[in-house]
Design a protein around this ligand. Structure first.
Ligand code: FES
Length: 146
């Protein structure tokens, strides 16, 4: 079978779908390869991600990876969530077909963009190198920067 049971499960019953009106950080990224878009909302209390939601106009693999990624970062410290890689998400889903790996990058980038938004909003200092500078990905995290 092309997709693991876990991928099918998260695709059919995605966790944490929706929007958050009082989010502490919001990240939106686009996938240059297919044009799909993902938005992630985070609720952060005392440096801990207490809730996460996502919305995506994306393929099934993008839905499954965002569902899994939001599950994985809930309850984690912000710094720990920053270390979440698309590889770890793919592993947690028992793999994705090679042609679909790029879809999982969307989830990782959206989480990072949402955390960056949280840092920026709260005036928290961070190492800019932790986030892409616009060359490494095609996310919209930089759209409102001069
Ligand atoms: Fe666009 Fe999967 S094909 S995110």
């Amino acid at each position: 079978m092309l997709y693991s049971e876990k991928v099918m499960d998260h695709f059919k019953n995605p966790r944490n779908v929706g929007k958050m009106d009082d989010a502490d950080g919001v990240g939106e990224v686009g996938n240059a390869k297919c044009g799909d878009i993902m938005k992630i909302y985070l609720k952060i209390e005392d440096g801990i991600i207490v809730d996460a939601k996502f919305n995506t106009f994306g393929c099934g693999s993008a839905i499954a990876t965002s569902s899994m990624a939001t599950e994985m970062i809930k309850g984690k410290k912000v710094e720990e969530a920053l270390e979440l890689t698309n590889k770890a998400v793919v592993e947690a889903l028992d793999g994705l077909p090679p042609a679909k790996i790029h879809c999982s990058v969307l989830a990782e980038e959206a989480v990072k963009a949402a955390i960056k938004n949280y840092y920026d909003k709260n005036g928290i200092e961070y190492d800019k190198k932790m986030f892409c500078d616009g060359d490494c990905c095609h996310c919209h995290a930089h759209d409102d920067e001069e």
